[in-house]
Every structure is written in C-alpha cells, then in structure tokens.
Design a protein around this ligand. Structure first.
Ligand code: NAD
Length: 259
C-alpha cells in the first residue's frame, strides 16, 4: 500500500470527478499525499494512474454508509501514520424539480449523501484531525446555501445545513485546534450541472461558468488561511449579504426568474 512517508495528506470524497478530482491533482502537484474516495471505480483508477500509485490511496466509498467511511479512514490512517491535514467532504449529488413532484425517497437520498455523508466524514476522521497540528475540516456547500433556491429545494436545504454545521464546528473545534471552513461554489463546469444550464450561463456575474480548478485553488488557499467561507467566484458573497438584508426582495427576484 502507498505510504505518505512524512508528506502532508488530504482525504477527499467525490474525488473521481469534478472539483474533487481537480483538488486531488493540485494537492499532489504540491507534494501532498492524497486519499481519493468515490463511488466511481473507473474514475478513481484513472486518477490513480494520473497521480502516480505512490502518491495516493484510492478506494470505493459511499459516504452515506458509516461503516464504509470507517474502513476508508482506517486505510488512510494506515498510510499516513494516523494523520490527516485536510478532510475534504466534497461528494454530493443534485436533483432538480418541484418539491412536490420529487419522490420522497429521492429527497431522503439527497440528505443521506449531502448531509449525512458530511457527518459521517467528520465523525470518522476526527481522531486523525485531532492528532494533526493545524488540521482543516473542509466541506463543499453551495451558492444555493445563500438563499433557498427554487427547483432544488432539498439540495439547497442540505447545503444550508453544511454551511451552518461549518459555522458551528468552526467554534466548537477550536478546543481541538482544528480549523473548519467550507466552499460555496456557483456554477462550476463538472459532471453535475445539466449541459443546458451550463450552455445558458451568463458571460459575467456570480453565475458565470467557472472551471473546477478554481475550487481546488480555494481549498488550497483555505488550508493556508483562517477564513470561514470561500465563495467561488467571490461576488457570491454579495448574494449572501443580500439574502440577509432583504430576503423578500431576493425571493421575488428568484420567482421572476422561475416565471
Ligand atoms: P461531479 O458529479 O463531477 O462530482 C461528484 C463526485 O461525487 C462524483 O465523482 C460522484 O461519483 C461522487 N459521489 C456521488 N455520490 C457519492 C457517494 N454517495 N459517495 C461517494 N461519492 C459520491 O460534481 P461536482 O460539481 O464536482 O460536485 C462536487 C460537490 O460540489 C458536490 O457536493 C456538489 O453538490 C457541489 N457543488 C457543485 C456545483 C456545480 O456547479 N458543479 C455548485 C455548487 C456545489
């Protein structure tokens, strides 16, 4: 099994594609040891070939399954001597449609992957983060955590939950010397958004189409910073302010878009 051999290490979920994969690339290029976990075995295989077998540990993981998460973290701990500099809870799924037209089972599945998956990650990785000086617990929230978004209501709710959890734990985990932060991406070119949504993206503004590597750069910067929320692009912070100051105005603007 590949060993970190003194290198700093990052554990990434949803690493086979999109922003997780770009983050794996960037950290490996910076000399880190990468733990890359995902449901997608073929994607992990090609990532391993790209990063080099000595530079990473890859493994199948469904983040919503606590026992699988414990096994993945145990394997990672074996490779790193019980350390983890960054936990990146990034795996997520999206589903679009009116709330009342989406089967309840699908809504529960969204919650199990996007929120319970993050809880599983934090619970299981905590002993390693505690054992690592200056560790960072980092999660992927979303621009849909700035204001509840129509047509992705439950997805948006899970991402609000991740943001709230991040804020609360950023305080609680000070007693363990662990930093906690998140990224709120807008529209990122990955396997997730519909092609039609990406094709229709505006050329400018907070919802222009952004490359996944920009999120990877935010993760890298987050490790070297004490900032809580990373908006990609940065203008999304204005949306967060607007929803705090005048939620009715923003609600009505979103309703016009929907219309
Ligand atoms: P992506 O689909 O390219 O990557 C997501 C990865 O997560 C995939 O490799 C997939 O196999 C994996 N995954 C899905 N369910 C899993 C599970 N149960 N266990 C383990 N792995 C699982 O999409 P992405 O855009 O890179 O998504 C990464 C994160 O970014 C997600 O949390 C998503 O909600 C969030 N996000 C994406 C956008 C965007 O516009 N792309 C915007 C905001 C937030």
């Amino acid at each position: 099994m590949a060993q970190a051999a003194g290198r700093q290490s990052i554990f990434i979920t949803g690493a086979a594609s999109g922003m997780g994969r770009e983050t794996a690339r960037l950290f490996q290029q910076q000399g880190w040891f990468v733990g890359a976990f995902d449901l997608n075995g073929a994607g992990l295989e090609s990532l391993r070939a790209e990063l080099g077998a000595d530079n990473c540990l890859t493994g199948l993981l469904d983040v919503s399954d606590r026992a699988q998460f414990e096994a993945a973290v145990a394997a990672f701990a074996e490779a790193t001597g019980g350390r983890m500099d960054v936990l990146f809870n990034n795996a997520g799924i999206a589903m679009r449609g009116f709330f009342d037209e989406m089967p309840f089972e699908q809504q529960l599945n969204l919650i199990n992957v996007n929120l319970v998956g993050v809880l599983n990650g934090i619970h299981t990785a905590l002993p390693l983060l505690k054992a690592t000086p200056n560790a960072l617990c980092f999660s992927t929230s979303s621009s849909s955590a700035t204001m509840g978004m129509p047509l992705i209501a439950v997805y948006s709710a899970t991402k609000h939950a991740v943001k709230g959890l991040t804020e609360a734990l950023a305080n609680e985990f000070r007693r363990h010397d662990i930093r906690v932060a998140d990224v709120l991406p807008g529209l990122i070119r990955t396997g997730m958004p519909d092609q039609t949504l990406m094709d229709a993206a505006p050329d400018t503004g907070p919802f222009r189409l952004i490359e996944a590597v920009e999120v990877a750069k935010a993760v890298w910067q987050a490790y070297h910073s004490d900032k809580l929320h990373w908006y990609v692009p940065e203008e999304l912070a204005e949306l967060d302010k607007a929803s705090g100051l005048d939620p009715e105005r923003l609600r009505d603007k979103l309703a016009r878009n929907l219309g």
